[in-house]
Structures are given as C-alpha cells and as structure tokens.
Design a binder for this molecule. Structure first.
Ligand SMILES: NC(=O)c1ccc[n+]([C@@H]2O[C@H](COP(=O)([O-])OP(=O)(O)OC[C@H]3O[C@@H](n4cnc5c(N)ncnc54)[C@H](OP(=O)(O)O)[C@@H]3O)[C@@H](O)[C@H]2O)c1
Length: 247
C-alpha cells in the first residue's frame, strides 16, 4: 500500500510516533523520523528496525526552530527525496490551570504543537506540489482540541488550531492531489499520560465506552490508513481514536 513511499514522521523517538515509524516501515516505506531530546531511544529504534531490514533513518530536530526545521528538511530532500507522507506527530503538554499558566507554558505548547507544524508543512507541501507528488499529510491533534480540558488551555488551543489548519490546507492542496487529515486520539498509553494519577485514570476509564486506554498501535493503524491509497477520497477531516469518549 505504501511500499516505496517516503514518509517523514516528527517526534518518532517514543510514544505514538515510534509506533507510527514501525508501522509505516513494516509496510515498506522509507521512514525518516525526528527526535528532540531522546537520541538514545531514536538510535535504538533505528537499529532495531534496520535489523528487520526496514529502511529507517533518524535525525535530531527541534520543531520550534524554523532554522532547524529548514536545515533538517534540506538534508532530507537531498539524501532521501521529497516525502510522499508527512506525519506531524511531535507534541508536548505543559498542563496548568489557566490562571496559573505562565507565558512560557503557553508559548512552548503553541510553538511545538502548532507553529512547528506550520514550518514543516509549508516547506514539505510546497515541495510535494512542485514535484507533482500525491501527498498525504497527517496532523496529530487530540480530543482535547475538540472538547476542551481542565488544565490544558494551551494544549487545547493548539490542538483545536491544528484542526482548523487541517481543514483549510486540505481545501488549498486538494487540487494537487495532496490530502490533509487529522487524527484526534483520546487517552493513549504513552509517557504523555504517564503523570496522570491512577485514581484519575480509573475515573477516566469509566467514561470511555470501550472501558480502556488506547494503544499506540491503534493510532498507528489509522495513520497507515490515511497515509495509504485506502483513504484516497478522504481529505480535510478528522478521525477520532478515543474508544468512544467523545461520542
Ligand atoms: N498520548 C495521548 O494520550 C495523546 C492523546 C491525544 C493526542 N496526543 C498527541 O499525539 C502526539 C504524540 O504523543 P505521545 O503521547 O506519543 O507523546 P510523547 O510520548 O510525549 O512523545 C512526544 C514526541 O514529540 C517529540 N518532541 C517533543 N518536543 C519536541 C520538539 N520541540 N521538537 C521536535 N520533537 C519534539 C519527542 O521527542 P523526544 O522524545 O526526542 O524529546 C517525542 O518523540 C502528540 O502530538 C500528542 O499531543 C497524544
């Protein structure tokens, strides 16, 4: 389905991103993924997948820096080619009640989850259309961007912004056969939800119709669907992967 395609995944060193890297590489894509602070994890993942004959490469990138993004993309374009698939997955949360939220908490979350997506998508989508690529761009949003969440005004604003961005850019790029979609995961078992107290997690599970937290692979499966021609008539939309939480 995606054999021979080039995929770029941001934040692939751990969590959902690493499952996406594994999934796309297992399906035959050349996968280039970025890490920010976890070089060891990124290199271990690369080595493990290469031992399985997957074509995987990693490079360091702070997505909040426009200069770093453009420099990394130049390396990617010249060494591997122009991506057919872009998965904007990198993200952070800095949860605080709004009245206690610092400007740093606000801007770090905006710069990583939303502004970083602007820098990378602008360059990659332009290259895709100049080279007549049938592209697929997948933005990792969150149910928090749909329903709001206490202590996450910064995160919810960034993730809601990503949904508007997805819809607008899909309208502009559709004529070039570049599809743009978003995924809104609910609670997925990664470091990001690791700090939630057990009591709160149990309470949360009570509100999820499927009565469990989702796995990274369950999100990666949806990424594969959106990346492949299985979703060739799907653009400008959001697939919610939340066990029914927002139903
Ligand atoms: N887990 C959930 O329940 C959940 C729910 C809804 C949405 N999401 C979204 O899904 C995506 C992945 O989440 P996750 O749970 O897998 O998170 P995670 O385990 O915390 O991993 C975050 C990833 O983003 C990278 N990253 C962080 N800051 C970065 C920066 N400035 N520049 C480049 N990369 C950076 C990290 O790289 P290093 O490790 O190298 O620092 C890491 O690979 C995020 O966009 C998140 O908002 C997650």
């Amino acid at each position: 389905m995606i054999g021979g395609k080039i995929a770029l995944v941001t934040g692939g060193s751990r969590g959902i991103g690493s499952a996406v890297v594994e999934k796309l590489a297992a399906e035959g894509a050349t996968v280039i993924f970025t890490y920010h602070s976890n070089r060891d994890k990124a290199e271990q993942l690369t080595e493990r997948l290469r031992a399985q004959e997957r074509d995987v490469h990693c490079l360091k990138l702070d997505i909040t820096s426009r200069e770093e993004v453009l420099a990394a993309l130049e390396i990617i374009y010249s060494q591997y080619g122009i991506p057919d698939i872009l998965v904007n997955n990198a993200g952070v949360n800095r949860d605080k009640l709004f009245v206690q939220m610092s400007e740093d908490d606000w801007f770090e979350v905006m710069n990583t989850n939303l502004n970083g997506v602007f820098h990378i998508t602008k360059s990659v989508s332009y290259k895709m259309l100049l080279n007549s690529k049938e592209g697929s761009i997948i933005n990792m949003s969150s149910v928090s961007g749909m329903i709001g969440s206490v202590g996450q005004a910064n995160y919810c604003a960034a993730k809601a912004g990503l949904l508007g961005f997805t819809r607008s850019v899909s309208k502009e790029l559709g004529r070039y056969n570049i599809r743009v979609n978003a995924i809104s995961p609910g609670y997925i078992e990664t470091d990001m939800i690791g700090e939630i107290p057990e009591k709160h997690k149990k309470e949360m599970m009570g509100r999820i119709p499927l009565k469990r937290i989702g796995s990274r692979e369950e999100v990666a499966n949806v990424v594969l669907f959106l990346a492949s021609s299985m979703s060739s008539y799907v653009t400008g939309t959001t697939i919610v992967v939340d066990g029914g939480l927002t139903s």
